[in-house]
Design a protein around this ligand. Structure first.
Ligand code: BDP
Length: 693
């Protein structure tokens, strides 16, 4: 083997500088995600060549998880080196999966030295995660001898939630059809299901809820069980447990009973038998996710019972074999309470009443996955209930797949939020976990756009370790997915880190929320005020009139502020002193209110819209400068999406300003460009075919 002179040098820095300029990868379509294992170059390549990785033969391995770990190592190492690994001789990359490494399942330790790299764990999953971690480090250019990691997952459940339907449609899906080919299962084993499992395992995701929370009872029928078995069997080696969303009325829908009352003995017996049937076929079945009494879904309240009655009945049926994940995303048509208050009011009084194998799953904010919301006040308010954090990877409210918005900064903001009740959100959810509403689809690149892959990646990494910084995650992802060239990373990482804030600025600045088009949620529609339920209307949320704008959630208004711990509420109680990012979430203020920037509210609002659009200009400029580092196919795809984003950012800004001016009658501040069209033109736009509904 030819060893370049550079191999004589000392081990390189974590991300090795390029030698001789970037070499553009061949045409790629994004299917490989961050698992491309692009060939190393320069010092990093020399260091790995000098190490000359060798694996033990796999013939003696019987454990399927250890086997896939070894196969991944072989695949990754040979791809990084652009050659097959040497056979024979002693292995110098070794797995010990019965070591004394302590910590929860999946924990691992890696010690690298010039003589060998040892991956140690107390269970096969730890070996699998450790193998991926080793490949990640090497992909980033770290020299083998310098790799030293001691890792344990911060929370037990790290789950994707798919809102996929049996007919292949995906609720709020912007990446094509469902990746699950239910129709042909179990006969057809789609290789994509293995690549899905590899991708998840590589970032520590250990479970998947495969169907929509607006659940079809089909998934509980005997016809679907063999399909579920096929998936569970395929994923088991990768450490992915299968869960399903259960429709609460299933005993009526498919069980032939006249009721789904959780206290009815026949209903209890039906669920018990159903759980036993599933566990007989899938011994490691994860459990049920339930959306009950929300947006028209059936639930225990239909029978005058509580969420705890419903959840505990199912918890009894699965017993210690699995988990019931009960969603707290509830709001009701009959309830006139501020929607932001309803989940807290329904759930907090039930604290301590849930069975030990019940987890309550809470969205990051109290309304609904908006570009920015303060953390949900339930976090910290239910000390005797395990709470799980639900975030949305699919960008229903952040520009679908077309807008580049890296969401790690948003999730970091939530995870780091101090609840004022003995810990931040990450600490509150640590005994339970995190769920991410998946953004996968049948598109070749999985997520509809190349940069949306970063949100899948970031979700897994944060669920594993919520103390990771967005910057670290962006850097890891960009280096593995596009190029590890320092010049590429120096430009692309800041672009990613700023991207979510750009969306906030051009869609919902200063704490505004829920201003999107009806139903499909595409584009701006702050003028909508005539829908059947008050809290479906954007005007319910912004409350703009001639006198001012914003939702008064102080004691003088809905008093949602009082749901937070006193110290936290105090941070948001004074509109003049508080972080202005949440201003209009908590306060209704006059248009000439003096903001902390010194500008009046109207001027500040316009400035933020303009700042958001300008950030997209910057993103386009940055991306154009990166063409030397990216293959032409993905370069063009991202460029096209950025152009769409630029147009839509302008549309959000212009349509919003046209409407606010219609309400407040104010002229635009000097220098601000007038909206391109008049308000009526924006109001007339219709998109009956928009995806995801
Ligand atoms: C809303 C979505 C809707 C979901 C709902 C939920 O628009 O499609 O069913 O959340 O989370 O944001 O249940």
């Amino acid at each position: 083997m030819f060893v370049p002179a550079a191999a004589q040098a000392q081990d390189g820095p974590a991300i090795a500088p390029a030698t001789g300029g970037p070499s553009v990868a061949p045409e790629e379509d994004g299917y490989a995600l961050w698992l491309r294992y692009a060939p190393l170059e320069g010092q990093a390549k020399a260091a790995l060549e000098r190490f000359d990785p060798r694996l033990a033969p796999v013939s003696a391995i019987s454990d399927p998880t250890i086997l896939v770990a070894m196969q991944e190592l072989d695949r990754g190492l040979s791809s990084l080196l652009e050659r097959p690994l040497a056979a024979g001789g002693d292995a110098n990359v070794t797995l010990d999966c019965t070591s004394d490494v302590t910590g929860p399942e999946g924990s691992y330790r890696i010690t690298g030295a010039a003589s060998g790299i040892a991956i140690m764990a107390a269970d096969p999953r730890g070996c699998l995660y450790g193998s991926h971690a080793l490949l990640r480090e090497l992909s980033l250019g770290t020299a083998p001898g310098r790799i030293s990691l001691d890792q344990a997952p911060a929370m037990p459940l790290r789950l994707l939630n798919h809102w996929d339907n049996p007919d292949g449609s995906v609720e709020r899906g912007y990446a094509g059809r469902s990746i699950f080919d239910w129709w042909h299962m179990p006969g057809r084993s789609d290789p994509r299901m293995i690549d899905y499992a590899r991708a998840n395992a590589s970032i520590g995701i250990n479970g998947s809820v495969v169907n929509n929370v607006n659940a079809s009872p089909l998934f509980l029928t005997p016809r679907y069980l063999p399909k579920l078995v096929a998936l569970a069997d395929a994923w088991r080696p990768y450490g992915i447990r299968l869960y399903i969303s259960a429709r609460f009325s299933a005993p009526r829908d498919i069980g032939g009973l006249g009721t789904a009352d959780p206290l009815d003995p026949q209903v209890r017996a039906w669920w018990q038998a159903k759980a036993d049937e599933i566990y007989a076929a899938i011994p490691d079945f994860g459990g049920f996710l339930v959306k009950a009494n929300s947006e028209g879904q059936p639930g225990p309240q239909d029978y005058g019972r509580t969420h705890a009655d419903g959840a505990n009945m199912l918890a009894g049926a699965v017993g210690d074999r699995g988990t019931i994940i009960w969603r707290a995303f509830v709001y009701s048509a009959e309830d006139e309470t501020d929607r932001a208050k309803q989940a807290y009011e329904e759930f907090v009084p039930l604290d301590g009443e849930f069975a030990p194998n019940v987890i309550v799953q809470v969205k990051n904010g109290a309304i609904d996955f908006q570009p920015r919301e303060p953390f949900h006040p339930m976090f910290g308010a239910m000390p005797d209930t395990r709470l799980m954090l639900e975030v949305q990877l699919t960008k229903e409210y952040l520009g679908f797949a077309s807008h580049l918005a890296f969401l790690a900064p948003m999730w970091e903001e939530v995870l780091d939020s101090d609840t004022g009740r003995g810990g931040n959100v990450a600490q509150v959810v640590a005994p339970a976990g995190m769920a991410g509403v998946a953004n996968t689809g049948s598109d070749r690149n999985w997520t509809g756009s190349d940069f949306d892959q970063a949100n899948w990646y970031a979700f897994g990494r944060l669920a594993w370790d919520p103390t990771l910084s967005s910057k670290t995650i962006a850097r890891e992802w960009a280096a593995q997915t596009f190029s590890r060239d320092p010049a590429f990373l120096a430009a692309s990482v800041p672009m990613m880190l700023d991207s979510r804030e750009a969306v906030v600025d051009y869609m919902t600045p200063l704490g505004l929320a829920h201003l999107m088009g009806t139903g499909h949620h595409y584009g701006p529609a702050p003028w909508v005020c005539d829908l059947g339920r008050p809290d479906w209307n954007p005007c319910y949320y912004h409350r703009a009139d001639k006198g001012g704008i914003g939702f008064d959630r102080t004691a003088g208004g809905s008093n949602a502020l009082a749901q937070y711990a006193p110290d936290i509420a105090a941070q948001w109680s004074d509109p003049a002193a508080m972080n202005q990012d949440y201003l209009l979430w908590f306060h209704h203020v006059p248009w000439d209110f003096r903001t902390r920037s010194g500008r009046g509210l109207w001027e500040e609002l316009v400035a933020r819209y303009d700042r958001g659009v300008a950030k997209v200009d910057d993103m386009q400029t940055t991306w154009q400068s990166l063409s030397p580092y990216v293959d032409p196919q993905r370069f063009r795809a991202v460029s096209e999406m950025l152009a769409i984003q630029r147009q839509e950012a302008q549309w959000w800004r212009d349509a919003s300003l046209a409407y606010w001016q219609h309400v407040n009658g104010l002229p635009l501040p000097a220098g601000a460009a007038p909206p391109a069209r008049d308000l009526k033109a924006y109001q007339a736009l219709e998109f009956p075919e928009a995806p995801g509904e």
